[in-house]
Design a protein around this ligand. Structure first.
Ligand SMILES: [Zn+2]
Length: 169
């Protein structure tokens, strides 16, 4: 099942999500649906609050279907190590048609559980590092625009408010 992606302005995106405590078939189905919804939206990462579900769960596939081994399920992820810096263009499925330069760590390690509840560590560089912190941020109610200057952020918010008023959001 493909869920529609919730857009900026919906409060679910800006509140910390609840820990996942039950690792059952329902969770596994939700993980499948999240991959399906992410691919349908042409994204490489999706967090559960982005489909209106306030739970600490995210999926990532920086290969976008090219490499099955690249599929990553993160339940209750916590960033445990960051190294270096990278600056590059970043977007978000919940803030469509906008992209901004964001500074992120070059290497990121998260500790998370998989869909069965097993704890593991995932390490990534470059795009994967960016995705790991972007999705973990989502679960803390934080959007990438919080990493922009106040000036840039306010400009974006103004544009979005205009689009909301015009019924274009
Ligand atoms: Zn996002």
């Amino acid at each position: 099942m493909i869920y529609p992606v919730v857009k900026y302005g919906n409060p679910v995106l800006e509140k910390p999500a609840e820990a996942v405590t039950v690792f059952d078939e329902k969770l596994q189905k939700l993980v499948e649906d999240m991959f399906e919804s992410m691919y349908a939206a042409h994204g490489v990462g999706l967090a559960a609050p982005q489909i209106g579900i306030s739970q600490r769960l995210a999926v990532i596939d920086v290969s976008f279907k090219e490499d099955p081994k690249a599929k990553l399920v993160l339940v209750n992820p916590v960033v445990v190590r960051i190294e270096g810096k990278q600056r590059g263009s970043e977007g978000c499925l919940s803030i469509p048609d906008f992209r901004e330069e964001v500074t992120r760590p070059m290497r990121v390690t998260v500790r998370a559980q998989d869909a069965t509840g097993k704890t593991f560590e995932a390490c990534g560089e470059e795009l994967l590092a960016r995705a790991l912190v972007h999705e973990t941020d989502h679960l803390n109610g934080k959007l990438y625009i919080s990493h922009l200057s106040a000036l840039k952020r306010d400009l974006m918010k103004r544009k979005i408010r205009k689009m909301i008023k015009a019924g274009e959001w």
